[in-house]
Design a protein around this ligand. Structure first.
Ligand code: PLP
Ligand code: COI
Length: 341
């Protein structure tokens, strides 16, 4: 199989049409067997549930070419489980985890030529998603759905790769207590578009959202969870019912404990204490772990010890170990790596 002729090292985080996408339809109470198709366009009724009431959920994971030249993906079972939870919360039918994994592997396989080569720094981003497809005008769940998966080759989510970012404390809230912050629903991202445009206009890379009820606790950014490192090298990460349970974060906590021998603490993190931390990172599939050098709180700058020149030492080790596992350079915990065969 010949790889596509792409300048892999120059890729940003954008959409490039690849060869095949997976589609399965839910109709009359059941999912059909699904198929790989070439057409990237979707024709929908003007009144489709997704268009009127935003009934849509998604996932994000990546495929990698390992050091030995094999194509693999990372913990798709956890994405499958999270999609199940998202579906239940938005009254959508569950696409079973086992079928999800099978479909992800088949879609990657069908787009093998688009999986960036080992050492290029790029990966194939895999985007599973599901939406209500039939006409719905009264506010109620759709009866028909599509589950789809497309892929696109990507480089770093933040320009500059691992250069420390400056982010701002948002004046907007991302998720309500008992709301939908803990699922991956399109609606959570729609509401973050105005805050991110404002942040970018002001020169910030991302927003730090605080808890909506008290605005005293750190939640997450628009597309990643936070990891902090204390001055005595402990990992602290916010615990909250209204943040997305990041698969990258869960993996990094295991890496910190089992590979780096670090203490890991998941707890509420007060905004007032973040200046005590030595390092701060944003973690997610797209972000991997991207360092934060500075948080701007309405003009007051909170600067982490790790500075604005390079990634902090512990975040760097976490990143190198996680990517080493994903690229087959470091032995993975059992069940983390799924070969695409
Ligand atoms: N938080 C939000 C809001 C996200 O969109 C993402 C991205 O998926 C994450 C956290 C990180 O989750 P994961 O590591 O599973 O990609
Ligand atoms: C991901 O990391 O997969 C996400 O969905 C985050 C998004 C900001 C691209």
């Amino acid at each position: 199989m010949d790889k596509k002729d792409i300048d892999w090292g120059d890729l940003g985080f954008g959409y490039i049409k690849t060869d095949k996408r997976f589609v399965s339809d839910f109709k009359d109470g059941k999912w059909d067997e699904g198929r790989l198709i070439e057409d990237e366009n979707i024709v929908l009724n003007e009144c489709a549930g997704v268009l009127q009431y935003a009934q849509t959920i998604f996932e994000g994971l990546k495929a990698y070419t390992t050091k030995s030249g094999k194509i693999v993906t990372f913990r798709p079972d956890l994405n499958g489980e999270r999609l199940e939870n998202s579906a239940k919360r938005l009254e959508m039918p569950v696409f079973p985890k086992e079928r999800f994994i099978e479909a992800v592997l088949a879609t990657i396989k069908a787009n093998e030529a688009w999986v960036p080569p080992y050492g290029s720094g790029a990966t194939l981003y895999v985007r599973p998603y599901m939406f209500g497809s039939n006409a719905v005008i009264g506010v109620k769940p759709a009866d028909e759905y599509q589950f789809r998966i497309f892929t696109t080759p990507v480089g770093p989510y933040f320009k500059g790769g691992v250069k420390p970012l400056t982010i701002k404390v948002s004046d907007f809230d991302r998720a309500a207590p008992r709301g939908t912050g803990d699922i991956k629903a399109g609606l959570n991202y729609a509401m973050s578009l105005h805050p991110i445009v404002v942040a970018h206009e002001e020169g910030f890379a991302e927003n730090m959202y605080l808890d909506a009820a008290t605005r005293t606790k750190v939640e997450e950014t628009g597309g990643a969870n936070f990891i902090f490192v204390t001055k005595d090298k402990k990992i602290v990460t916010p615990k909250s019912d209204s943040i997305l349970p990041s698969i990258t974060k869960r993996s990094l906590l295991t890496v910190a404990k089992d590979y780096l021998g670090l203490e890991v603490i998941e707890r509420e993190v007060l905004f007032s204490e973040i200046e005590e931390f030595a390092e701060c990172g944003l973690c997610g599939t797209a972000a991997v772990i991207s360092p934060v050098g500075k948080v701007n709180d309405h003009g007051r700058e909170i600067c982490f010890e790790s500075g604005m020149e390079s990634m902090g030492q512990i975040c760097g080790k976490l990143r190198d170990t996680l990517t080493g596992i994903q690229l087959g350079e470091i032995e993975a915990p059992e069940g983390w790596i799924y070969p695409v065969e």
